[in-house]
Ligand binder design. Structure first.
Ligand SMILES: [Zn+2]
Length: 298
């Protein structure tokens, strides 16, 4: 499926709010002019990336001999919670990537996809990285919400990114059990954890850099690296030191595992080629820094 943004000359916003961001900025209605023909024309606020499409992407990337796709649990409606393992699953050095806790946050998902593709690429850097670190990815945390078109919740009516202290939901507890199981099995550590979301603009919600996990200041060094690689890019970074109760995934990754962690919020309207550039350059910077830093860890 090929998606294109509707030309601004082809729609009129009626009753537009006064605010620059947020619900107060939205129009009451929109009038669109569309060319229709015998072929199906899909109209959507964001690219439709439902569970079938996400699974197709996971199947295609699992064609690589160092990538496997497994099921780590089931949603309330019985959809599989699928995980990609990239690299040697006996490795003690691990990183965790998740996305789509919130169903409509498609740009976060697209960024995660390019990020993971870069980590699994055939570059010298990526190959070297996969010798040291194994990457675990749950691209679709809330498959029921995505397929049912829920705004923020899962089928249990819960915002999954408020369930990382109590783990009452099958989706969050599957990831918890998986991560804690891997630590027990390998006697290793998660060094990095990232959760991709979307909002009005690109924002990085980090952990207060005064607080140190398994690779102190990895995230701030990484974001500096990203800034240097993209001309004129000034990342909007919002650190937070209030981590207990863990409640959100970032806090669980950091507090329970010592993984240097962040929430990466991507703008809903960020141009898709810029999403890709940030994901690719971000993944490259991360690999370089982590390879350098792992040398100091006994
Ligand atoms: Zn979100």
């Amino acid at each position: 499926m090929h998606w294109t943004a509707l030309d601004s000359l082809r729609y009129v916003e009626i009753g537009k709010g006064e605010k620059a961001f947020g619900p107060g900025s939205l129009p009451e209605k929109v009038k669109m002019r569309l060319e229709v023909g015998p072929d199906t024309l899909w109209v959507a606020g964001q690219e439709l990336e439902n569970s079938a499409r996400v699974n197709a992407w996971m199947d295609s990337i699992s064609q690589k001999k160092f990538v496997t796709k497994n099921t780590i649990g089931k949603s309330r409606e019985g959809r599989n919670l699928n995980l990609l393992s990239i690299g040697d699953t006996d490795s003690k050095n691990m990183i965790m990537i998740i996305s789509r806790q919130h169903p409509p946050e498609v740009t976060g998902y697209l960024t995660m996809k390019s990020f993971v593709e870069t980590l699994s690429s055939n570059t010298k850097l990526a190959k070297k990285f996969r010798k040291e670190f194994t990457i675990y990815v749950v691209p679709l945390m809330n498959p029921d919400g995505v397929d049912n078109g829920f705004w923020r919740h899962n089928t249990g009516g819960i915002d999954l990114n408020r369930d990382w202290a109590n783990f009452n939901q099958p989706e969050t507890s599957a990831v918890k059990d998986f991560m804690e199981g891997m630590v027990e099995k390998t006697q290793g550590k998660f060094y990095f954890g990232i959760d991709f979301h979307s909002t009005w603009d690109d924002i990085y919600y980090t952990v207060d850099p005064e607080l140190h996990g398994n690779m102190p200041n990895l995230v701030s060094t990484w974001l500096d690296g990203l800034k240097k690689r993209i001309e004129g890019y000034d990342p909007n970074i919002k650190p937070n030191g209030d981590l207990v109760p863990t409640t959100v995934s970032r806090n669980y990754f950091f507090v329970k595992h010592g993984a240097e962690a962040l929430v990466f919020e991507v703008g809903d309207n960020t141009p898709r080629d810029f999403l890709k550039e940030k994901a690719e350059k971000g993944a490259e910077a991360l690999m370089e820094i982590m390879l350098e830093r792992i040398k100091d860890i006994p």
